[in-house]
Design a protein around this ligand. Sequence first.
Ligand code: 2M8
Length: 419
Amino acid sequence: MENDLIEHAKQVLRDNDRGTYTVPTHGLYPFQWNWDSALSALGFAHFDEARAWTEIDTLFENQWDDGMVPHIIFHQVDEGYFPGPDIWGTERPVPTSGITQPPVAGFAVRRMYDRATDKPLATARARALLPLIHAWHQWFYLNRDPQGTGLVAIIHPWETGRDNSVDWDVAFQRVPTEGVAPFTRRDTTHANPAHRPSDEQYKRYIWLVQKFRNLGWDNTKLHDASPFRVVDPGFNAILIRSCADLAELADELGEPTIAAQSRAMAQKGNAAMATLWSEEYGQYLCYDRISGTLIESPSVAGILAAFADIPPDKAAALTRRIESLAEACNYLVPSHDPRAAEFEGLRYWRGPVWLIVNYMIADGLKRAGKSEMVDRINADCVRLIHRSGFAEYYDPITAEPCGGAHFTWTAAMVIEILS
Ligand code: 2M8
């Protein structure tokens, strides 16, 4: 039974494979996405290590000169997605978007290296990727933490990957909609519009893109110029974990400077995470860098923080928090607390379960010794797949499969969990 699932998952990866990169799913997302690729490579690594390394290589071939790794790479023309390269106007040799995504590649590369059966290949690829990933991490702290707080901000909701999270609702009101050129959405022709972000949110997404494009995509200006600057604990945890993992990898590969710098970034980030902790919510919260306040929104971002090496008392508290969420849903871990008024079980990042998020939470809790909760989260992932297939995401109460079907990173996580 489990073997059938793994075989099915491999087939999903093969079907979405475009040779040197993978699309998240046919139709809805016809290009290469940054964190989708890094996490999907982990799935490929179980049956084709060379192909897994190529996935990450392709991503970094499109790294910008300043170190940023873009969130979408438009390898071919496809009118089925909006906003396409013309809207972004980044003028890259291979067109890309102009913003980034959760930097999970450092974590993925270390894991691929550690597990590699083809060590010469892994050593060569990891050695080549090491300075590139490090440059991306440095880019973050330089451009997205200009005050040196230890925590980076995102300047567009698409950067966190949690596009329409409740977390942004208030801060996003600061982004105007006036002056946005008329556009036609494409996502709503592939997925149920009632499950997608609203038109109002799309206007604000595009307003920000226009704003940044008018600033020539100059990252030294974008952070301060953006009316949307939010510090996301999940995003920062991914960066911190990738820095820490890169430090270990650099040690192994005999790169002491990268190791020391990576370790220093991880330590500073880890210490600063304490400022995002909320005793009242029993989890970490987002922080609005413009209003200077914590965002009172009980989303999964504050639980994903477990992916970094947080203090044991915080890992214990997050475990209790997940136990409490389990009382309000049938499948862990909902992307928003089902008891909150804003919860929507079918609407994208406002409540549904995402397997990639589950995987990273479980990985962090495993390191913290919370094996019972890890087993529970993994079991829920497998129950979801048995019941509803390889969907983009799932309703945490009914298990209804939502968004795109035949989804690459969902399949990759299944291979990770079951192998
Ligand atoms: C979703 O985001 C894209 C924009 O980047 C979209 O809705 O058009 C998010 O779920 C994001 O996390 C993910 O990387 C992407 C592709 O799967 O889709």
